[in-house]
Design a protein around this ligand. Structure first.
Ligand SMILES: *Cc1c(COP(=O)(O)O)cnc(C)c1O
Length: 407
């Protein structure tokens, strides 16, 4: 019986050009973004300029993490302690965490079978909220035109969490460019890898001036190349607290060559996604996620549903796939495990049960698709999942027989 031997957590090495750029920064000793030699432009400032150009945003700010970018966005739009902030019930812990970090109250909105935010539920819960922190969780992009209509009609400002959608779009318009602010992560498991890091984009000079000051720009904001002009800072510079969370030149140097290569990498992720998707098509009991034509996704991970399966049967699939080297994560487990948790686990943000959303969450199986996987690896992973889901679906919940010959 075939087993997969690759690692789901192994990313590609940092490109040679990025390593060379990092060495130059280290040799200079000028790692702090405001520590520049005469005439020198900091790597962090160049990264911001290039990311703004790549996304078409007027402004960009590089920060210490994706979670920091989210919290900074909330502060920049003026969220206060006690405010209600709408967000996805299906997201990653740093999203409600960012809301809680400013003393605001997450209000969870349900998820659809397409793994995007439920717009009817959003409209139903919108009362009393001024801000939606929209998480494009696992790279699934909702109908952004419809979402913006729901929010604009109610005066709700949208902050986009694009941790899984760097390079992705809806109807050709990039994620992060629909809302007032777009937030990205450059943590190791996202689309560019600097270990930790975040980027924030916006077209709004007031919001971006606040974000720059919040990030800890001291009074050196005129050294930024993708920030609003000095006038935008005049009324804010003494009233905006410094909550240090800058990106350093070392991380920026590592990211710039990766940004130049991002379109090629996105295409490689999607090739892998399509191989797994084709391998799982029409597996009895398994639902492949529908990807609308308007969604220009970047699939650095793969999800499928085992809808309405008994927990014991899902656990059997997990165990049987794990025994053959395929590590699936389950959003329905009773206790959060690794990166996988759900709204009911975030006890600091109390919420009433959401039965329709629970039905989906209990059925979500999730895995990473690192670019270290070949297309043949992806085909093999799909064969293993297909075989084990089929076996359990047909009533076999025993352990797989690893000694059986492959046919
Ligand atoms: C990773 C992630 C973040 C936050 O990124 P960090 O850089 O780890 O703080 C936010 N939202 C989602 C959905 C993520 O997966």
């Amino acid at each position: 019986m075939e087993c997969f031997t690759g690692s789901f957590t192994q990313q590609e090495p940092i490109p040679e050009a990025a390593i060379a750029a990092a060495l130059r920064v280290m040799q200079s000793g000028r790692l702090h973004r405001y520590n520049t030699a005469p005439g020198e432009i900091a790597e962090a400032a160049l990264l911001e300029e290039e990311f703004a150009a790549a996304t078409g945003a007027r402004y960009c700010l590089a920060v210490a993490s994706g979670g920091y970018a989210l919290a900074t966005a909330l502060r920049a739009v003026g969220v206060r302690p006690g405010d209600r902030v709408l967000t996805n019930a299906f997201t990653l812990a740093p999203v409600p965490g960012a809301i809680a970090s400013v003393g605001a109250v997450p209000v969870f909105v349900g998820v659809t079978e397409g793994l995007v935010i439920d717009l009817d539920d959003l409209a139903a819960r919108a009362e009393g909220a001024r801000v939606l922190m929209l998480s494009h969780m696992r790279g699934h992009v909702c109908d952004m035109a419809a979402l913006m209509r729901v929010c604009e009609a109610r005066g709700i400002m949208v902050i986009e969490d694009c941790a899984h959608t760097m390079g992705a779009a809806w109807q050709g318009r990039l994620t992060g460019r629909w809302g007032a602010i777009g937030c990205f992560s450059t943590q190791t498991y996202k689309h560019m890898n600097s270990g930790e890091g975040g980027l924030l984009i916006s077209d709004d000079p007031g919001l971006m001036a606040r974000a720059v000051l919040l990030s800890g720009s001291y009074m050196l904001y005129d050294r930024h190349r993708a920030a609003p002009p000095p006038e935008a800072f005049a009324d804010l510079r003494l009233t905006t607290p410094n909550i240090s969370g800058r990106m350093d030149n070392l991380r920026a140097a590592i990211l710039r060559p990766q940004l130049a290569d991002l379109p090629r990498q996105c295409a490689r992720w999607n090739e892998r996604y399509r191989v797994v998707e084709a391998g799982l098509a029409a597996t009895p009991g398994l639902t492949v996620i529908d990807r609308p034509a308007a969604e220009g996704f970047v699939a650095s991970s793969f999800q499928f549903l085992l809808l309405d399966w008994a927990p014991a049967a899902i656990r059997a699939v997990l165990a049987r796939c794990a025994a053959r080297g395929v590590e699936l994560k389950w959003f329905g487990a009773a206790e959060p495990a690794g990166f996988t948790s759900r709204y009911a686990n975030w006890a600091y943000a109390p919420s009433a049960p959401m039965p329709a959303t629970d039905r989906i969450l209990h059925g979500i199986l999730d895995m990473r698709l690192p670019l270290t996987f070949s297309l043949e690896d992806c085909a093999q992973i799909a064969r293993i999942i297909r075989a084990e889901v089929s076996a359990v679906f047909q009533g076999d919940t025993s352990a797989p027989d690893l000694t059986a010959r492959a046919d």
